[in-house]
Structure formats: structure tokens, C-alpha cells
Ligand binder design. Structure first.
Ligand SMILES: Nc1ncnc2c1ncn2[C@@H]1O[C@H](COP(=O)(O)OP(=O)(O)O)[C@@H](O)[C@H]1O
Ligand SMILES: [Mg+2]
Length: 157
């Protein structure tokens, strides 16, 4: 797998990056977001939502665990999960009692690293790091699992 990296100087950059990622997302995809509080996970999700064209405003799902956004023109819904308070593995997304048909949705999980990867055979992992005393965030991302990397993967040393 190829790991890609980018500096995100402003929140607008983070949202634009989310819109860019969304161009490549398909229904059924799982996106795992990692990074500390304030790293921009929700801002990135806002960009992904804009790129998917889903309905409703993205905000932190902290107090409800999962927020569902209905599909817009692309026909792809968004399920935005905050795994912070799940306290361990999520055995099944059914446990979230969603109305959304996951075959027609992208699932984005904040704090999802180590919690949800096993729910899909592959996922897009985006790690966001926050520079101290600066607005700059760094995103490092890669598809993990079969079927979604470049055709001729280059193994970075
Ligand atoms: N480059 C940047 N990318 C994302 N957010 C930024 C950036 N610079 C400043 N911010 C601010 O940092 C905060 C990020 O919050 P949020 O997206 O909720 O983070 P998280 O969901 O990771 O806790 C927001 O207040 C946002 O305006
Ligand atoms: Mg958040």
C-alpha cells in the first residue's frame, strides 16, 4: 500500500481534502479517521459529506454516536460515527440501530482506529496530526486491505 501525506494549513484545506477523497469513495466504503481532539476529523468529514453531496449539516456526533445523512445526487448516504465512547470493538454496525442501508452508504468513523477495521475487508485510514500552536494539520492516508490501492503498488521504504 502507498501512504500519501499532505499538509493542511487551514480548515478550508482540510474540507477541500475531504471533498477530494469523496470523489474516489463508493457506496459500501469504510473510512477510519484517527488523530487527537481538534485534529480536524469532523472538519474532514464535513468535506467528505460535501463531496458525496449528502443532505444535512455535519457536526460532531459525540453525544449520539452515529449521525445519518441521506443521499443527494450521487445516491450515496453517509453514516458519521464517533467511536470515542464506544469503549472497545464494535462487533457489528447493526448495533448502532441505523435506518441507513449500508450498501448505499459511506461510513466514516472518528476515533475508529482499532475499533472498526474488522467490519470491512478494506478501509481508507486517514491519520490527522496537529502541529502544536499552529493551525497546520498533517494528513497521512492509505487504503488498507485488498482491492483499492494503485495497480502496481510501490512499497515505500
Ligand atoms: N488546518 C486545519 N484543519 C482542520 N481544522 C482546523 C485547522 N486549523 C484550525 N482548525 C480548527 O480546529 C478545529 C478542528 O475541530 P474538529 O474538526 O472538530 O476536530 P476533531 O473532530 O478531530 O476533534 C476546528 O475548530 C477548526 O476550525
Ligand atoms: Mg470530531
Amino acid at each position: 500500500m502507498v501512504t500519501q501525506q499532505r499538509a493542511l494549513s487551514t480548515v478550508a484545506d482540510t474540507e477541500a481534502f475531504g471533498r477530494e477523497l469523496a470523489r474516489d469513495l463508493k457506496a459500501g466504503d469504510l473510512v477510519v479517521l484517527d488523530g487527537p481532539l481538534g485534529a480536524g476529523k469532523t472538519a474532514l468529514t464535513r468535506g467528505i459529506a460535501a463531496g458525496l453531496g449528502v443532505l444535512g449539516r455535519v457536526s460532531s456526533p459525540t453525544f449520539i454516536i452515529a449521525r445519518q445523512h441521506r443521499a443527494g445526487e450521487r445516491g450515496i448516504a453517509l453514516v458519521h460515527v464517533d467511536a470515542y465512547r464506544l469503549g472497545g470493538d464494535l462487533d457489528d454496525l447493526d448495533a448502532l440501530d441505523l435506518d441507513t442501508d449500508l450498501n448505499h452508504a459511506v461510513v466514516v468513523v472518528e476515533w475508529g482506529l482499532g475499533v472498526v477495521e474488522h467490519l470491512a475487508d478494506r478501509h481508507l485510514l486517514v491519520r490527522l496530526a496537529r502541529e502544536p500552536e499552529s493551525d497546520v494539520r498533517t494528513a497521512v492516508w492509505e487504503w488498507i486491505g485488498p482491492g483499492r490501492g494503485p495497480r502496481h503498488p510501490v512499497r515505500p521504504e
